[in-house]
Design a binder for this molecule. Sequence first.
Ligand SMILES: [Zn+2]
Ligand SMILES: [Zn+2]
Length: 147
Amino acid sequence: MATRQTLDELRGAVRGKGLRATPSRLAVFELLRQSDTPMSHGDVADRLANQAWDRATIYRNLTDLAEAGLVRRTDVGDHVWRFEAVTEEHAGAAHPHFVCTECNTVQCLPEIELAITSARTKSAKPPRAVKQRQVEVHVRGLCDACA
Ligand SMILES: [Zn+2]
Ligand SMILES: [Zn+2]
């Protein structure tokens, strides 16, 4: 779900994390906020290709935003970092991603929650990372276009 925010709000969010609100950083952040799917560094650089920023600057902005917690990095198993904005509806909690095994399209599945029920036995207790949703959940199959 894309959330439109004014540039002022984006600037405030970036500054609130102690980062300088440079034009390139705001553009990268805005692009991710408006995207419904996680974007790789290449995707972001392609979309901002009409701007004067080089790919290294864009990459640094992505990692800065990720370290500040405004953006989340996800690896759906192809060793490519994809970035997505942490929004209210994603609530900072990790949500599963659907990966098409044919065309490698990645989709967010924020409506699927990782349900953690209290285990009956001690040995079946999930690791802390699962409880804190610091895990990656990937669902694989064919997307609508490939099915
Ligand atoms: Zn597909
Ligand atoms: Zn996502």
